[in-house]
Design a protein around this ligand. Structure first.
Ligand SMILES: Cc1cc2nc3c(=O)[nH]c(=O)nc-3n(C[C@H](O)[C@H](O)[C@H](O)COP(=O)(O)OP(=O)(O)OC[C@H]3O[C@@H](n4cnc5c(N)ncnc54)[C@H](O)[C@@H]3O)c2cc1C
Ligand code: SF4
Length: 508
């Protein structure tokens, strides 16, 4: 055998698969591995594991149908737990292993070590899925210590010519935040278009059954599994989103509502991260919908900002900042993750809702991840690595390159280089953006006492604890001014209440 082409579980690109441009079926071989370690290195949600396996099995079936020589190592049918150990066992007389760069630093290191130990060369090729190669990102970032999405996003829009009229943005402005990000008000979201559900076929059912057999104690449920597992299904999901939900996406992208886990969101992240869907296709469909008058500019721009901006930005940050990013902890937070992160059994209605739907579907939208669970973890001073491992475990779209910067950079501000201030807020923000507080035993306006909202207590305590650090930041001037309005007596009571909370977060 000549070369072994390794395809990872999140490298399921449509045909022509970019790794296979020079694949020679007469001499080369393809290898795909279902490694149990990928479900156990963090305590992976059953739906997350099932989605990876189902999508891999469908992609493998397509490779086989095309007549490609494929070795597929299925969960439970090979003795090795890790991908690197399976790779070692499969190397045989191979002279070279060829792969697209892994999106997970840990996995890339393990594969490199396996090849070195076996004395086989590893050719690591750039993944053309992304619209900003790592080298381009690094050149853009230069020696900056603070990286800002807004500048990166404008640079991406210009160089790719997306929603541009010559050198200026279509509509005369780069963002439409003033039109976007509204709350529903007391009347709620009204009638919502149901997102598409892809009923599991025999291959997907086999993946679900294997996960339930091998990881019976793992968190999360598969009962509602309906995620797209092929490129064709991902395209159907994209079309459905563009037609039924994109027109309202921008307006409601930050809003939350009890019992409504999906609202106007696209639910495309998992298909994108598995590479079933190309971001160029998503952006092209969005621009076409705007140009044909089917969606307003604010919605199209708001959505493109997520794909062309945030998604590419966090990937660049991950590549540039690893491995230090994984252990970042600028506040020195050490509190362990409360047990209810794995059950959703908490009296705080917002946390119960966000975590409950996460366990049910493997999904929560951005603001639930950032301003509910993430905000709590930041204010409570939870240990960042434990929090990041939780996020990596519980979402169907969770892969290291996107989860780590979002958690450690955005939500926890453990690495300070990608936001100009911490994303922290009291219960008042959650009350404004959702209906959660209406059904909660706590009161978002109350800072101390038995009914005090834990977010509100911990928010003021967080500002007070880090006052000196924030004093130099002009974007924190207003919160600090409000903090200074509190009397010493009030602040002491808040600190006391926060200390009591910290002593028993399991009781929240
Ligand atoms: C703490 C935290 C952890 C996160 N972990 C992940 C993760 O593991 N995997 C993941 O794909 N996203 C992650 N995100 C980003 C975001 O929450 C999800 O991409 C989004 O909720 C997925 O749902 P959707 O497809 O309906 O997105 P939509 O709201 O419809 O957004 C459209 C698309 O934009 C992209 N996008 C939006 N925001 C971001 C962002 N901040 N970073 C990267 N891409 C973005 C996604 O591909 C998404 O599908 C995380 C965010 C936070 C705050
Ligand atoms: S009162 Fe506080 S804990 Fe309860 S739902 Fe509102 S923000 Fe969450």
């Amino acid at each position: 055998m000549n070369r072994l082409f390794l395809i990872l579980g999140d490298q399921l690109h449509p045909d022509p698969h970019p790794l296979l441009v020079d694949f020679d079926p007469a001499h080369d071989r393809l290898l795909m591995v279902e490694a149990s370690e990928e479900s156990t290195h963090v305590w992976s949600h059953q739906a997350r594991s099932a989605l990876f396996l189902a999508a891999m099995r469908h992609r493998a079936a397509a490779f086989r149908a095309a007549g490609l020589p494929l070795t597929y190592r299925q969960l439970g049918e090979h003795p090795q737990a890790s991908l690197s150990a399976t790779l070692c066992a499969e190397i045989g007389s191979t002279r070279q292993v060829v792969m697209l760069e892994a999106g997970d630093y840990r996995l890339q290191q393990a594969i490199q070590s396996a090849c070195t130990a076996a004395g086989v060369a590893l050719e690591n090729r750039p993944d053309p899925h992304f619209l900003c190669a790592q080298g381009e990102f690094n050149a853009w970032a230069g020696d900056k210590t603070n990286l800002r999405l807004e500048f990166f996003y404008r640079w991406q829009r210009k160089r790719h010519g997306i929603l541009m009229a010559g050198d200026t943005p279509v509509g005369g402005q780069w963002n439409f935040d003033a039109d976007n990000r509204q709350s529903f008000g007391r009347q709620g979201p009204g009638l919502l278009p149901p997102p598409p559900h892809f009923a599991p076929d025999a291959l997907t059912r086999s993946a679900i059954a294997d996960v339930e057999r091998h990881f019976p104690e793992h968190p999360g449920r598969t009962a509602h599994f309906g995620w797209p597992v092929t490129t064709a299904q991902a395209h159907t999901a994209l079309d459905d989103f563009i037609t039924h939900r994109l027109p309202e996406f921008g307006r409601w992208q930050d809003a939350m509502w009890s019992g409504q886990p999906f609202l106007w969101h696209s639910l495309l992240s998992a298909a994108l991260n598995l590479k079933l869907l190309d971001p160029r296709t998503v952006i092209g469909a969005t621009v076409a919908a705007y140009e044909s008058g089917r969606v307003p500019l604010a919605a199209a721009e708001g959505f493109i900002r997520q794909i062309l901006g945030w998604r590419e930005f966090v990937r660049g940050v991950y590549g540039r900042q690893m491995p230090a990013l994984a252990e970042a902890n600028q506040y020195g937070h050490t509190t362990p993750l409360p047990g209810w992160f794995w059950t959703g059994h908490t009296h705080a209605a917002c946390l119960a809702a966000a975590i409950g739907q996460t366990l049910e579907h493997g999904y929560a939208h951005h603001i639930q991840r950032l301003m509910i669970t993430g905000n709590f973890a930041l204010l409570a001073g939870l240990q960042p690595r434990q929090v990041a491992d939780w996020y990596l475990a519980v979402y169907v779209d969770a892969v290291a390159w996107v989860e780590e910067p979002n958690t450690l950079g955005m939500a926890l501000n453990a690495w300070p280089g990608m936001t100009s201030k911490p994303y922290c807020a009291s219960g008042a923000y959650i009350d404004r953006m959702s209906d959660y507080c209406r059904g909660c035993r706590y009161n978002p306006k109350t800072r101390v006492g038995p009914g005090a909202c834990p977010f509100t207590t911990l928010y003021w305590d967080f500002l007070a604890r880090h006052r000196q650090r924030f004093a130099a930041n002009p974007r924190m001037a207003m919160p600090l001014k409000n903090l200074d309005r509190l009397s010493d007596t009030e602040l002491n009571a808040i600190r006391h209440q926060a200390a009591n909370l910290r002593a028993d977060f399991d009781g929240v």
